[in-house]
Design a protein around this ligand. Structure first.
Ligand code: HAM
Length: 422
C-alpha cells in the first residue's frame, strides 16, 4: 500500500505555494512598518513550558499536544502555539534589558495540535503572530489589534468582525470566578463531565463548552464585565477609545474567554462573516498576558499579542474572492537543435541566469515544435533559437513570443539583448 500524508496535514504544492509566499511577504512588510522584529524559536520545547503557560486544564494541554520522550528521557512537545516559546526566549535572553522597549517580535511557522481535522482545522498549521512585551500601555493593545486588522484589510478582506472582551486583572478575575462557581454549582449535575471538572479547576472554561452551549444557565451566567474593578474598566475603556480613534469597528462580547489560560485584560478574536466560509469562523485570536513572563521564570513584565493561521486566512480570501491571480512568466527559453547547440545552451543558460534573468532549456530531447510549445506553456517572453547553422555563423534568432517579432543577434550580444528586452 502506498504511504499517504498524515491526517490533518497538507502538502502545499507549486501553484498553491505562491499564495503562501504572497501572504507571508505581506505579513513581513507590515511588521517592518510597525517595527516588529522576527524571532525564530524551536519547533519543540520542554512540555512543562506549555503546561505552565497555556495551562494544565486547557484542551490544548490536556488533549491536543504532540508530546514525546526523547532518547534522554526528557518530555518534549511540538509547539501547539507560539506565545509560550517567545516569552520563554524573552526571559532566557534577558530581552527586558534591551534598550528599545517594549520588545516587539513576530513569528511565522508551523504549530501542531492533535485536533479533529475539518475545514479550517489542521493538525499542523502555520501561525503568523506578534508579541509586544514590556509595556502595559493600552495603546499597545490597540496597536497589536490594528496590525492584524490592517493586514487583513491590505489583503482585501472586508467581511470581518472584531470581537473584544476584557478578562480584567487578577482581582477582577477572582471575583468573577467566585460568582461563576456560585452560579453553576447548584446545577452542575446537568452539565457534561468536562464542565463538572472545570467547575473546580477553571470555571471560566465552562462558558466555552461546545456541548452545553444551549443550557439556560449559560446565557444567565455572570458577565466578567460586571466584575471588572475600576482599574480594569479604565484600561478596557482606553483600549476601546484608541480603536475608535483609529476607526476600527468592534463588538464587545463578554462571553469571549479564549482557549488558553494566560490571558487577562484585553482578549480579542477576529471572525470572518464571509458567506460560505465554513463552520469555524475565527481567523485570529489574541490578548494580554501580564504575569506570563514571570510564570516562565522571568521578571514581572506585561505582554500582549495575537496569532492567526495562514490556512484560515487563505480560506477567507477565497471565500471573499479577493486573492490576486498568480501569473508566472520567464524571461527566456532556449530552443536548441542538434547536439552542438544543446551543448552550447548549457553554459549560455548559466550566463543568462547569472545576469538575473529567469531562463530554461529543454531537458527532454524534444523536437523543435515541442520546444516552442514548452516555451509558450512557461509563458516565456523570448525564445532563443540556436541550431548548428546559427552556431557556425556565430548568431542566433531571438523571437519575442508576445509580438512574434524575430531578430538575428550575434551570440556574444545575446545576454545584453535579453537584458535590454526584459
Ligand atoms: P489560538 O486562538 O489558540 O491563540 O490560535 C490563534 C489562531 O491560530 C486561531 O485564531 C486560528 O487562526 C489559528 N489556529 C488555531 N488552531 C488551528 C488549527 N487547528 N488549524 C488551523 N488554524 C488554527 C494562540 O495560539 C495564541 N498564542 C495567540 C496569542 C498570541 N495570544 C497572545 N499572543
Amino acid at each position: 500500500m502506498s504511504i499517504q500524508i498524515p491526517r490533518g496535514t497538507q502538502d502545499i504544492l507549486p501553484g498553491e505555494v505562491e499564495k503562501w509566499q504572497f501572504i507571508e511577504q505581506k505579513a513581513k512588510d507590515i511588521c517592518k512598518r510597525y517595527l516588529y522584529k522576527e524571532i525564530r524559536t524551536p519547533v519543540f520545547e520542554h512540555t512543562e513550558l506549555f503546561q505552565r503557560s497555556v495551562g494544565d486544564t486547557t484542551d490544548i494541554v490536556q488533549k491536543e499536544m504532540y508530546t514525546f520522550e526523547d532518547r534522554g528521557s526528557r518530555s518534549l512537545t511540538l509547539r501547539p502555539e507560539g506565545t509560550a516559546a517567545v516569552v520563554r526566549s524573552y526571559a532566557e535572553n534577558k530581552m527586558y534589558g534591551q534598550t528599545v522597549q517594549p520588545v516587539k517580535l513576530y513569528y511565522l511557522g508551523p504549530m501542531f495540535r492533535y485536533e479533529r481535522p475539518q475545514a479550517g482545522r489542521y493538525r499542523q498549521f502555520v501561525q503568523f503572530g506578534v508579541e509586544a512585551i514590556g509595556s502595559d500601555d493600552p495603546a499597545i493593545d490597540a496597536e497589536v489589534i490594528s496590525l492584524a486588522m490592517e493586514l487583513y484589510r491590505e489583503l482585501g478582506l472586508k467581511k470581518l468582525r472584531l470581537v473584544l472582551n476584557s478578562l480584567g486583572d487578577s482581582a477582577s478575575r477572582k471575583a468573577h470566578r467566585d460568582a461563576l462557581i456560585a452560579h453553576f454549582k447548584p446545577r452542575i449535575g446537568e452539565f457534561c463531565e468536562d464542565c463538572r471538572h472545570r467547575l473546580e479547576t477553571n470555571p471560566l472554561r465552562i462558558l466555552d463548552c461546545k456541548r452545553d452551549r444551549e443550557h439556560e444557565l449559560m446565557s444567565s451566567a455572570p458577565s466578567i464585565l460586571d466584575y471588572l474593578n475600576d482599574e480594569s474598566r479604565d484600561y478596557f475603556d482606553k483600549v476601546k477609545k484608541y480603536l475608535e480613534d483609529m476607526e476600527i469597528e468592534y463588538v464587545v462580547d463578554p462571553t469571549l474567554v479564549r482557549g488558553l489560560d494566560y490571558y487577562n485584560h484585553t482578549a480579542f478574536e477576529i471572525m470572518s462573516d464571509a458567506e460560505g466560509f465554513g463552520a469555524i469562523t475565527t481567523l485570529c485570536g489574541g490578548g494580554r498576558y501580564n504575569g506570563l513572563v514571570q510564570d516562565v521564570g522571568g521578571p514581572d513584565q506585561p505582554g500582549i499579542g495575537f496569532a492567526l493561521s495562514i490556512e484560515r486566512l487563505i480560506s477567507a480570501l477565497e471565500a471573499e474572492g479577493v486573492l490576486p491571480p498568480h501569473e508566472e512568466s520567464i524571461d527566456c527559453y532556449i530552443i536548441a537543435l542538434g547536439e552542438k547547440a544543446m551543448d552550447y545552451a548549457v553554459p549560455l543558460l548559466q550566463e543568462i541566469r547569472r545576469e538575473g534573468l529567469s531562463a530554461e532549456k529543454d531537458y527532454m530531447g524534444r523536437k523543435m515544435k515541442a520546444q516552442f510549445k514548452a516555451a509558450e506553456r512557461m509563458n516565456a517572453k523570448h525564445a532563443l533559437i540556436i541550431g548548428e547553422d546559427e552556431l557556425e555563423k556565430g548568431k542566433a534568432a531571438v523571437k519575442d513570443l508576445q509580438t512574434g517579432d524575430q531578430e538575428i543577434v550575434p551570440l556574444e550580444n545575446i545576454v545584453d539583448f535579453l537584458i535590454r528586452g526584459k
